[in-house]
Design a protein around this ligand. Structure first.
Ligand code: SF4
Length: 276
């Protein structure tokens, strides 16, 4: 888990899965791939295997270690619903999130069909939690709008859209059942430009539908210089957060042990230390 994430709309990241495979145009300049591949072959580094997909069960219980309530972006370096991640493992991740209900978890996917299927079935217990926000990425109409459709069919309390990198005018779209919208442009070498009117159109539709709107960044090659003002001001709205009090350290340790005890033998790992 990484505290103090540089991602504007979260506090921390938690990666019980690492690596992914590109699936749509929004993945073209995937920052996670660029980062991970930098360390391929570096002995002992968490990304020694580059961006190859793998489970990281030793990270599963990390949310129980944090002593303050965080907004946690789940799998910032992967996609939880990638077809290579077994249902059983996704269920373990969900059980951690449901138990660690003093945090607020943000789960974002491009594999919305699988997310829908699981959250309407065996993972329904996690779908309906107020402290778990379920989201889909939207980069254009062709790939993004069907994902919004899937998201709306999930029995979630909080559904959100990450419209980033915004690659075209997505026009008018249905915001019913959506609790939060993030918009951002692509950053880094070769970044594809985002036009102001595309972002304004989404912001205005959110305002009309009373959906909290977060403008993340313009992006571009020099993203700091481009900043994050839209028509002269920042937009930093969030949905209402509802989370439980943080239990005593010993209780958190018990929770972690329960999770580890229920892991299949093939994934068995030692308990992380809960130091004072
Ligand atoms: S789905 Fe996300 S993590 Fe996976 S390749 Fe695409 S942008 Fe990267």
């Amino acid at each position: 888990m990484s505290l103090n994430s540089h991602i504007e709309w979260t506090d921390a990241t938690w990666n019980p899965v690492r690596g992914c495979v590109k699936i749509s145009p929004g993945c073209k300049h995937c920052y996670a791939e660029t980062f991970a591949e930098r360390f391929r072959g570096v002995k002992g580094h968490p990304y020694e295997q580059g961006f190859d997909l793998r489970l990281v069960p030793e990270k599963l219980t990390e949310p129980f270690l944090w002593r303050s309530a965080k907004l946690v972006f789940v799998n910032s370096m992967s996609d939880l619903f990638h077809e290579g991640v077994p249902d059983e493992y996704i269920e373990m991740v969900c059980r951690v999130m449901v138990t660690a209900n003093w945090h607020t978890f943000q789960v974002l996917t491009k594999r919305s069909a699988r997310m829908k299927e699981l959250l309407r079935g065996r993972l329904r217990f996690a779908a309906e939690q107020e402290h778990i926000w379920w989201g889909v990425s939207v980069e254009d109409r062709k790939h993004g709008l069907p994902r919004i459709h899937h998201l709306r069919a999930i029995p979630a309390r909080v559904r959100f859209l990450s419209i980033e990198p915004l690659l075209e005018d997505i026009g008018r779209f249905d915001l019913s059942g959506i609790s939060w919208t993030i918009v951002g442009g692509e950053s880094g070498p070769g970044a594809r430009p985002m036009r102001e009117e595309w972002a304004i159109s989404i912001r205005n539709q959110c305002a009309a539908a009373r959906v909290p709107f977060f403008f993340k960044q313009w992006g571009g090659v020099r993203k700091k210089r481009a900043g994050r003002l839209l028509q002269g001001r920042t937009h930093d709205e969030y949905p209402e957060r509802k989370s439980a009090p943080i239990p005593e350290r010993a209780k958190c340790s018990d929770h972690a042990q329960e999770i580890l005890d229920s892991l299949p033998n093939t994934l068995s790992i030692p308990l992380v230390q809960f130091t004072a």
